[in-house]
Design a protein around this ligand. Structure first.
Ligand code: ADP
Ligand code: ADP
Length: 215
C-alpha cells in the first residue's frame, strides 16, 4: 500500500508536484497521464526518494518513508524513464545488481533473472551488452530488472513508450501480474490505451492531480 498526503516537490521556483494526495492499495494499478512537464516523473521520484519532498508525506504500508534515501529498502521499485541501465554491462548483469545488493543467494538470483528475462521475451539476450540492444529491448530489460525485485510498490515511468503492440501488452500483463501478486503499481503514461487498462486513472496538469477514475 502506497499513500501520499499533500506531497509537494519544488525545484527552486518551479513547483513540479503540488499538494498531491493518493492511495494505491495492494493489488491495484493506478495510471497517471498528462502532458510533458506536468510533474509525473517528479511524482514517482518523490515516492522513490529520488527528489526531496518539500511538503507532505509518503507512506509505504503505514511506514513514513518521506525523504529516506533507502526507499528501495522499503520495497519501492522505480522503473525509470530512459531505462537507467548500465550500457556497458550485459542485461543479466544489470538485473543482478539490485538482487545481489539484497544479499540473495547466487542460485536464487540466477533463477529470478531467468524468469524475469523470459517474462519480457528476452531469454536469448541476457548475455548481450545493453548498448547492443535496441531501444525497445533496453526498455524491456529495465522492466525485467524492476519486476525481478518483487517490490511492494512498483513505479513504471513511461515503460511502454518504445514498445510495439505485442511487447506493450506483455509489459502491461507483467505489471498487472505484479499487482495480483500484491504490489501497488503506478504507471506514468502518455498512452490512453495503457491508462485504460488500469484500475484507477488520474491526470496531472501543472503539478496538480485530478481523478478521472478512482480506485
Ligand atoms: P473531490 O475532491 O474530487 O470532491 P474527494 O473529496 O473524494 O473528491 O477527495 C478528497 C481527496 O482525496 C482528494 O484530494 C483526492 O485527491 C484524494 N483521493 C481521492 N481518491 C483517492 C484514492 N483512490 N486514493 C487516494 N486519494 C484519493
Ligand atoms: P513529466 O514527467 O510529466 O514530463 P516532470 O516531473 O519531468 O514532468 O517535470 C515537471 C516540471 O519540473 C517541469 O516544469 C520540468 O521542467 C521541471 N523539472 C523536472 N526535473 C527538473 C530538475 N531536475 N530540475 C529542475 N526542474 C525540473
Amino acid at each position: 500500500m502506497i499513500s501520499l498526503s499533500q506531497v509537494t516537490v519544488r525545484y527552486g521556483d518551479v513547483t513540479a508536484v503540488s499538494d498531491v494526495s493518493l492511495t494505491v492499495p495492494p493489488g491495484f494499478v493506478l495510471a497517471v497521464s498528462g502532458p510533458s512537464g506536468a510533474g509525473k516523473s517528479s511524482l514517482l521520484w518523490a515516492i522513490a526518494g529520488a527528489v526531496p519532498v518539500a511538503k507532505g508525506q509518503v507512506e509505504v504500508d503505514g511506514l513514513v518513508i518521506t525523504d529516506r534515501p533507502a526507499a528501495a529498502a522499503h520495497g519501492v521499485v522505480l522503473i525509470p524513464q530512459g531505462n537507467g541501465l548500465a550500457r556497458v554491462l550485459t542485461a543479466r548483469e544489470n538485473l543482478s545488481i539490485p538482487l545481489l545488493a539484497e544479499r540473495k543467494p547466487n542460485d536464487e538470483v540466477e533463477r529470478t533473472i531467468d524468469q524475469a528475462l523470459t517474462g519480457v521475451a528476452l531469454e536469448e539476450s541476457g548475455d548481450h551488452l545493453v548498448e547492443e540492444l535496441s531501444g525497445g529491448e533496453q526498455q524491456r530489460v529495465a522492466v525485467a530488472r524492476g519486476i525481478a525485485q518483487q517490490g511492494r510498490v512498483i513505479l513504471a515511468d513511461e515503460s511502454t513508450s518504445e514498445l510495439d503492440g505485442t511487447n506493450r501488452e506483455r509489459v502491461l500483463d507483467l505489471l498487472h501480474a505484479e499487482a495480483r501478486r500484491g504490489a501497488a503499481v503506478i504507471i506514468a503514461t502518455h498512452d490512453p490505451a495503457v491508462a485504460a487498462t488500469a484500475h484507477g486513472h488520474a491526470t496531472m496538469a501543472e503539478g496538480h492531480l485530478n481523478w478521472l477514475r478512482r480506485i
